[in-house]
Design a binder for this molecule. Structure first.
Ligand code: SAH
Length: 404
């Protein structure tokens, strides 16, 4: 990275000064607001938003790009360390903005190397303290970070422990993105070269598509070359099936998609994933086909299927599932159910899972079985509960949930 300061770029320096003059004059209102109000957390601004904020300050777009590189490629959270930006601008930035990671509540490390962090979210005045969970899963050739998008969840899937706590609130873009920055920093990797985090999956707490705008901006930062620069195949949005938002995602950004299917027919899926009553399987599969229509031939959808003993794990379910998927570019990921207190479900036996998988494979469906990781620290799929206090029991089966 170049270490040129503004003194070596006279034209830009001149423009920056003109910008200062402007903000002190006619357009001083936004600046006064920014200085006296709370400073904006930069983890919440994607490149176009940051460029717009810089333009408002009379600063060139490339300055915004430089700041992003410092944050996401160098792991810097202090303006004073941004050595290719002049001192005057650095100080100005510090009056408008802050680069604030979440606060760590607890860290647990599993015997298999999986790590779970409980992170405290920003607390608005008079609101209860809220925490979410982020999980890091190291594997031989990759490191996957499983991030949360909401504190709690309103989807009320009957086999998920997050559902039990109900919905607390949406996470901001900054809160979503900062999980990745925090994890990369804590794991001590080199932000530029040896990446400790190669994959990010929205499979932590919450339904990402029920917090669409914030998740979209977060995706842009994860995928942007000036942000984390992750490959589009390595950033996966997992959804319980909010059909209109699958279409919006398809139109707005290029990322990988996973669908929490869990049942091959509506009667069963209505019970396991209540959002199915609003968007039944046929509509969900149509949205999947629309997603695939615009992608290259390498793109696959992953259908997640939690294996619940005696509920959805029988041979006829496998045959029905194979029929449903047909020739779609898809993979099925069988997830052995992870139990949690007070659940009525049990994990399917290994031989039942194998039989299910064999039937799918024999019918030409690509099938993998997820190895359960981190279950000794309650970090496995569906075991995340955060520490949400004063829970509001907002669930799909109760009060209607207003989607963004
Ligand atoms: N709301 C999103 C993302 C969070 S859940 C979604 O539904 O996809 C991430 C994955 O974990 C989903 O496939 C979910 O169905 C699965 N899961 C939830 N509870 C589980 C449990 N107890 N055992 C195994 N997998 C579970």
């Amino acid at each position: 990275m170049s270490t040129k300061g503004p003194s070596e770029v006279p034209a830009e320096a001149a423009r920056a000064e003109a910008g200062d003059g402007m903000t002190l004059g006619a357009a001083d209102a936004p600046q006064r607001e920014a200085v006296s109000g709370p400073r904006i957390n930069l983890f919440g601004l994607d490149r176009s938003a940051l460029r717009a904020a810089f333009a408002e300050m009379g600063e060139a777009a490339y300055r915004a790009d430089q700041v992003m590189l410092w944050i996401y490629r160098r792991g810097v959270d202090d303006f004073a360390a941004m050595s290719n930006i002049g001192k005057a601008l650095r100080e100005r930035l510090a009056t408008h903005f802050v680069i604030r990671p979440p606060q760590l509540v607890t860290e647990q490390v599993s015997t298999d190397g999986t790590r779970k962090w409980v992170l405290r979210l920003e607390q608005a005045e008079g609101k209860p303290e809220t925490a979410i969970e982020t999980v890091y899963i190291p594997e031989t050739n990759r490191g996957t970070l499983c991030i949360s998008s909401q504190a709690g969840c309103a989807m009320d899937c009957s086999f998920c422990s997050t559902a039990q706590q109900g919905f607390s609130r949406n996470m901001s873009t900054a809160e979503i993105v900062a999980q990745v920055w925090f994890a990369a920093k804590t794991l001590g990797g080199d932000f530029q070269n040896e990446r400790v985090i190669s994959n990010v999956v929205f499979m932590g707490m919450g339904e990402p598509l029920a917090n669409y705008a914030n998740v979209l901006a977060a995706l842009r930062i994860l995928l942007d070359d000036f942000g984390f620069g992750l490959s589009k195949r390595r950033v996966t949005v997992s959804t319980s099936g909010l059909v209109p938002y699958i279409d919006r995602l398809t139109a707005d950004v290029d990322s990988a998609l996973a669908i929490s299917l869990h049942a091959p027919n509506d009667a069963l899926r209505d019970q396991l994933v209540p959002i199915n009553r609003k968007y039944p399987i046929a509509e969900l599969m149509d949205a999947c086909r629309r997603y695939l229509a615009g992608k290259d031939r390498k793109t696959h959808i992953v259908f997640e299927y939690v294996m619940l003993a005696g509920i959805n794990d029988q041979p006829e379910h496998a045959r029905e599932l194979a029929k449903l998927i047909g020739s779609m570019a898809a993979k099925v990921n069988l997830i052995p159910f992870n139990p949690f207190p007070q659940t009525r479900y049990k994990r399917s036996a290994p031989e039942v899972i194998e039989r299910f998988s064999d039937i799918l494979r024999a019918k030409g469906v690509l099938t993998t079985t997820r190895r359960t990781r981190g279950d000794d620290i309650d970090a496995a799929c569906g075991q995340l509960v955060g520490k949400v206090q004063s829970r509001q029991k907002q669930r799909l089966s109760g009060i209607p949930v207003k989607l963004q």
